[in-house]
Design a protein around this ligand. Sequence first.
Ligand code: PXP
Length: 242
Amino acid sequence: MTRPLRLGVNIDHVATVRNARGSGYPDPVRAALLAADAGADGITAHLREDRRHITDDDIARLSAKLTIPLNLEMAATDEMLGIALRHRPHAACIVPEKREERTTEGGLDAAGQHNHLAPMVTALGEVGIRVSLFIEPDARQIDAAVRLGAPVVELHTGRYAELDGPARADELRRIADAAALATKNGIEVHAGHGLTYDNVGPIAAIPQVRELNIGHFLIGEAIFSGLGDAVRRMREEMDAAR
Ligand code: PXP
């Protein structure tokens, strides 16, 4: 059965905890397998330029062991392109990356970086990797994704997650409008960043959204309830809103 709304579990921060002590545990691959058993539809991992959480070896082991799709988040660099072409994950999500940021702040400037991104989108697509662009919910960026021929966009929900009241409602409308525009142009819509049990519902209810990628909150929640329960509860919240 294909689910109308897929859940991709981002396991980066299992690696953050591991790397805090330079130990071999907790292992993000073990977390990925557990998340899969609990109902995750895919696993997302961001190999950052500074390798602050996920490492090259994690990507190799995830590629070898996962039986559900791997979504590799990557900056638009030649190094990352080479790694993606070597491992051939199911999907690659191109994200902006600044060394000093704590997390991925803001979406990719697909409009301003057309000439840089175009050969990467083509090269990834040619070997069958489903390319997605992590962008702000903005018509200009959707137009850019159309011109680049990207099959998928992931809409950045970070602002939505940080706001409340009428400002959150405005941002939710921007996300819903962007989702409708992308779908009208034949682009599949994903969303993610900063999603929790409390704020996932309205995003999951946007009918065009096909996949959510959620990490930091789930890994934090796993401390209290275990990762399997956290993944199952998130699925329930998503399904209830759909
Ligand atoms: N989607 C993308 C493209 C991201 O870069 C991230 C963060 O790595 C996420 C989703 C997940 O965000 P969070 O960890 O806040 O759930």
